[in-house]
Design a protein around this ligand. Sequence first.
Ligand code: CDP
Length: 247
Amino acid sequence: MVWQRPDGRQPYQLRPISFHTGFTRFAPGSVLTKFGDTQVLCTVSVSEGVPKFLAGSGKGWLTSEYRMLPSATQERQARELLKLSGRTQEIQRLIGRSLRGAIDFDVLGERTLTVDADVLQADAGTRTAAITGGFVALAHAVSQLVQQGVLERSPLSGQIAAISVGLLAGEPYLDLNYIEDVTATVDFNVVMNQHLGIIEIQGTAEAGSYSRTELNHLLDFAEKGIQQLLILQREAISDWDQLLLVN
Ligand code: CDP
């Protein structure tokens, strides 16, 4: 049996991806991110000060909050339950860990960047869209904050993108939508930087197990997807060449 993708994509093909920067006005970074029918609003704000464990260190911090809106899924979910769920906690910690890899905290100084990822519509891959779009929002915020003189220089030291891959009928597929996500026997979320260095891999066998050969095949697909996302992210940031710190 071969898996027929519901939207007719090739196995290695991403959904239509878009980044609408400046989508809302008040946060310095704001990007509406679309991976097909998955839509995530990513905003980035800055505040003076850091959590207690960093006070006096001269270093800054980045943290993230993730939430689905009640009507982001087919059945309405209560706001309070969405806030408290373990899934929410897990995903926002993943977003924070991933995007901390993009910032030089000595350059940022004792300030905190907060990445808010709010899912308007969930058709799977919301965490990978939040990380990939969160990076664009981070670059957008840094650009605005440097222009406004809030930051003396850009603390952006890396580029981060993320994608999902999974096994369906024993074969790898890139960027799963919801139907594919619930059908997949193996489900991966992969986060990489601009050198295709691995930041994080979450890989779960929903049924049975997967082999080392399948793992390598899945990572090859993820890498191809991330290569494309890195290009699309740069295209979405007009002053990209001035933003990335060269160490
Ligand atoms: O969204 P992501 O793939 O990062 O995370 P997931 O936990 O694997 O969820 C996959 C998809 O299942 C979500 O994007 C939603 O479409 C759906 N979902 C849902 O409808 N209700 C939930 N409480 C959790 C997930």
